[in-house]
Design a protein around this ligand. Sequence first.
Ligand code: GUN
Length: 296
Amino acid sequence: MQLLDGRVASKAVKEQLKAEVEKIVATGARAPHLAVILVGNNGASETYVASKVKTCAEIGYQSTMVRRDLDITEADLLAEIQKLNKDQSVDGILVQLPLPKHISEQKVIAAIDPTKDVDGFHPVSAGNLTLGMPTFIPATPYGIMLMLEHYQIPTKGKHAVVIGRSNIVGRPMSILLSGNNPYGNCTVTLCHSHTPNLQDICLQADIIVAALGRPGFVQPEMVKDGAIIIDVGITRVEDATAKKGYRIKGDVDFEAVAPKSSYITPVPGGVGLMTIAGLLKNTLVAYENRQEDLRR
Ligand code: GUN
């Protein structure tokens, strides 16, 4: 069993991005700029957003954090997005999800200028991804592809089973793994809550991507010897012995499954760190596209 270490793989990506930003700034140009909107004060969202902003600073990006109260109206949030759409100094816009129930996530995502959609959630980005066109790839599946690339894990011809069909992870992951690209060309089965015989299907998998949000769901009896295990789960589970009162648990029972696997991502310290790497790569692409448009 080899650990797919998000610390190592994300460090490599961040160092590469930092070097690129240094080169850009040395020419006298401004640095890439990510704007993050956070509505309310959901604990997990606060943590993710803080970590995104901190990593921007580490690699030399500019970032702007827009905080709004939980009771902001949909119209006011859409107006905030329009402001950032028009702001020529902003390259990427990210609205942290989930949003409060009175706001339509789909409407908010669709309001983002697709050229600034570094989360890759806009219908234009999703459509391009489906067609195999250049686009912003949602950060978590993108991060997983970067992880496979970092550890040079061959995927061609393998059977990948993705558990979970969310727009953020499972669905785009299934498209990337089945696509004709260096770490794709898999035969993909996308499983969800209505899939019968999940255990039988998982037992046929060379690669399992667990993205359903149920801590410890993937058990050793679901895993073929030598399978590659990618754990996307990051659920907070109460634990009185932990300093913060909770622990982060993945969708895979790591202790039990690791001995059967060839490669496995830990939680924490796996896919989560790669998500930020994916987002920051998208932000650099958004910046470069914008600079190119300005030169035209
Ligand atoms: N909430 C959980 N994951 C994500 C993500 O990748 N992007 C945004 N904007 N919100 C999230």
